[in-house]
Design a protein around this ligand. Structure first.
Ligand SMILES: Nc1ncnc2c1ncn2[C@@H]1O[C@H](COP(=O)(O)OP(=O)(O)OP(=O)(O)O)[C@@H](O)[C@H]1O
Ligand SMILES: [Mg+2]
Length: 361
């Protein structure tokens, strides 16, 4: 179970040097606009990913008056620390430098729900794939290698398409077809798990988010056109060969798992026709299902929810908090604090944030 026992934020955006002893269940961070709530959520996310969900550029998160970012934490007795300057990056686990950020995410699986990242329902295909693959990876760490090889293969194919060297392409197409099927199979079996969880939970734990007469549905599009069976290497390979000329013209392979998508429906209404509040609500249902599938797999992720009460009414906030309290995982919720959150006081710690400083209240 992932649990941040101690947190030391030294330098990260507007957050100033501070130690924190989080609650192992619910942590609420209340603060007015611009005090550092999202920055705080982002700093924890950073510890679990070695990168931000808001920006690719380190320069954005280095404090305006500083030269580096520095955060560390004790997670399940292991010390993680991140110290980065513009030209040096030290990411350590138990004082040892790691070679891949995936080591961080194995110790600290994190799910973030933030308007600054965007919601999956109504969101971009890229964001949807990123959430989907988060679940695929945490359910089976071995998939990381497949994704990495896939990415390299795609890069090689695109390079060959750009230079027009079509002789070598066939070999790469074979590898691409194999990896494509592997990824699709992992994604499909994972979405089946999500769907099972949805069926089980929609009448119990999630019932105040999904009303009994609501139907929430999602469907994966594998990134291949309808006439290709995405689980058949042979069909994929043949499709690639048949369309080689077109790809050489466009200089880019526009089919495959890197173009996959998920479509969401609520009561047969496509996600794009839902209100913002409905999109947020259904995104949270989807994320909670991901959490549940992981918890069933004996992995307890940490959940970060930024601005919980924006666009959600009291009952929905209540059922989200109850749900997360019940499955007993560590969560960090931020809020502007004008609605009074339904908290189980025994299981929660409230912090107030002002000018980048958190204080337990
Ligand atoms: N690199 C940085 N160094 C110092 N301060 C920064 C840096 N990046 C952003 N800030 C500042 O941090 C402050 C807090 O930002 P943050 O997004 O965390 O606020 P917030 O509490 O989430 O507000 P809101 O309720 O509006 O979402 C902002 O005033 C922002 O200008
Ligand atoms: Mg914010």
């Amino acid at each position: 179970m992932a649990n941040i026992e101690k947190l030391h934020v030294l330098k990260f955006r507007n957050l100033t040097d501070q130690y924190l002893l989080p609650n192992n269940n619910i942590n609420v961070i209340l603060g007015q606009n611009g005090q550092g709530k999202t920055n705080f959520i982002e700093s924890i996310y950073y510890l679990g990913h070695g990168r931000s969900f808001k920006t690719k550029s380190l320069k954005d998160i280095i404090p305006f008056d500083g030269q580096q970012i520095k955060i560390s934490a004790v997670v399940d007795k292991q010390k993680i620390s991140i110290n980065k300057t513009r030209d040096k990056s030290d990411v350590l686990i138990e004082e040892e430098k790691i070679t891949s950020n995936s080591f961080l995410s194995q110790i600290l699986p994190i799910q973030v729900i933030s308007p600054d990242r965007g919601f999956v329902v109504g969101g971009s295909p890229k964001l949807k794939r990123s959430y989907l693959d988060w679940g695929v990876f945490h359910n089976n760490n071995a998939t990381l290698k497949i994704y990495k090889t896939y990415k390299k293969t795609l890069k090689n194919i695109n390079a060959l398409l750009t230079t027009g060297s079509h002789i070598e392409l066939e070999g790469w197409f074979t590898q691409f077809a194999n990896l494509s099927v592997e990824i699709t199979n992992h994604r499909i079996s994972y979405t089946e798990k999500l769907r099972d969880a949805l069926e089980r939970e929609s009448e119990s734990k999630l019932d105040s988010l999904i009303k009994s007469n609501d139907t929430f549905y999602f469907q994966i599009q594998t990134g291949w056109p309808k006439e290709v069976n995405p689980r058949s290497q042979k069909q994929i390979f043949e499709y690639l060969l048949k369309n080689k000329k077109t790809f050489l013209k466009t200089k880019y392979l526009s089919y495959g798992p890197h173009r996959a998508n998920i479509e969401y429906f609520l009561n047969n209404k496509n996600e794009n026709h839902l209100s913002r509040g409905e999109q947020k609500k259904m995104s949270i249902v989807f994320w909670l299902l991901q959490v549940l599938v992981l918890v069933n797999n004996k992995i307890k992720p940490i959940i970060l929810i930024d601005d919980i009460s924006s666009e959600l009414d009291y009952n929905k906030i209540k059922s989200i908090i109850n749900y997360l309290t019940e499955i007993d995982i560590q969560i960090f919720i931020t809020d502007i604090g004008n609605k009074g959150l339904p908290l189980n006081t025994e299981k929660s710690t409230i912090f107030e944030i002002k000018n980048g400083v958190l204080e337990a209240v």
